[in-house]
Ligand binder design. Structure first.
Ligand code: MRU
Length: 353
């Protein structure tokens, strides 16, 4: 997507370095982070330099590439495999980290020449990143068919292009609807505690899509007033039965949507599906650091980014990053292969199994 007239992806490789958009600075500054080895990649994923299922999946794939470049002749198999484990251990919930790293590992598994392994790893990581961008671009076409002129759309967390390699999942149909002249308006959930709504707001502003930010607990109020016509969220993992793991608070939105007769769609590429996990309750939920709750980040009066405590010292915190929305609350899953019902039969049919 374009920022100040220049085309960017969230992650790409330049020689022996992986470049990322530094999401910890947004929405205040637009800058970059350079990863020089697989440990930098693990740091970037864990510390949310890069975030969102698709973006961390592609970044993880490039992390395995860096591991092949670091590896030495005498022990490269172990080195690469341990590096992949380090990357996979950064965040447990989003399926794309595993899809991305395994995509490279499977391709190099039977190769025995380190130079060839490096070449294949780079080409497969680029292929994986290209597929992520392609899939999100297809999602915009399918999702746009659901959006009527004048629709007011609710969304939670950030599932725009920053959360993928390009385009995004939940936001890409909205971008297309807006670009093709439909009148759309977005209700952006703030998404405490990490306030991913600020990334969504930044992306919508960048695409000239009108929006308003609402507190996470205001969604029901607006649904009841019939001011939200549909909801589209992203997903971090979709289980074999159609249950969806997504940012904490998604479950509440889905329940409220059902109660108020608002269609609730989840947009995700097939790389987010996990057919080996039978249902949502088996998906591991990441518990994040208490500081995400105890402090907020923003700019002060002088424009300097600062961190401010909002709770009394010594307060105890629970901070699950994701929750599970049961399939029965989901109107449909928007994928690059079309829109399907959130159930085992349709998912199996889509994967041809
Ligand atoms: O914890 P984050 O910021 O990495 O959260 C991931 C997300 O961006 C969302 O849960 C999103 O809605 C899924 S779509 C990539």
């Amino acid at each position: 997507m374009k920022v100040k007239g220049k085309e960017y992806r969230t992650v790409w490789i330049e020689g022996n370095e992986v470049k990322l958009i530094e999401q910890r600075l947004l929405p205040h500054e637009f800058g970059f982070f350079t990863a020089r080895d697989h440990k930098d990649i693990a740091f970037a994923i864990k510390e949310m330099v890069v975030r969102g299922a698709g973006a961390i999946g592609a970044t993880a794939a490039y992390g395995v590439v860096l591991a092949t470049l670091e590896a030495k002749e005498h022990n490269y198999k172990n080195y690469i495999s341990n590096a992949a484990k380090t990357i996979q251990s950064t965040r447990p919930t989003a399926q794309n980290i595993f899809t991305g790293t395994n995509y490279i590992l499977d391709a190099i598994n039977n190769l025995n020449d380190l130079e060839e392994i490096r070449k294949v790893a780079i080409s497969m990581a680029n292929e994986f990143a290209d597929y992520d961008a392609f899939a999100c671009k297809k999602i915009d076409e399918y999702g746009n068919r659901l959006i009527k002129d004048g629709f007011r759309i609710g969304t939670h967390c950030n599932a725009g292009w920053l959360a993928f390699v390009d385009w995004g999942s939940a936001l890409s149909p909205i971008f297309l609807a807006n670009r093709t002249g439909k009148k759309v308006f977005v209700y952006v959930d703030e998404t405490r505690p990490r306030i991913q709504g600020s990334l969504t707001a930044w992306e919508l502003a960048n695409e000239n899509v009108p929006y308003v930010i609402i507190a996470d607990n205001a969604t029901g109020y607006y649904m009841k007033k019939k001011e939200i016509d549909m909801v589209i969220t992203g997903a971090d993992r979709i289980a074999a039965n159609g249950d969806v793991a997504n940012k904490i608070g998604t479950y509440e939105k889905a329940v409220l949507a059902k109660e108020n007769g608002v269609p609730f769609y989840v947009a995700a590429p097939t790389t987010t599906f996990d057919l080996e996990t039978d249902s949502g309750e088996l998906i591991p939920i990441e518990e994040r650091h208490e500081d995400e709750m105890l402090f907020v980040h923003g700019t002060d009066e002088n424009g300097n980014i600062s961190k401010v405590r909002v709770y009394p010292k010594g307060s105890k915190v629970k901070n699950p990053a994701f929750d599970i929305t049961p399939a029965s609350y989901i109107t449909g899953l928007i994928t690059e292969k079309g829109i399907i019902k959130a159930n085992r039969e349709e998912i199996q049919k889509m994967f041809g199994v």
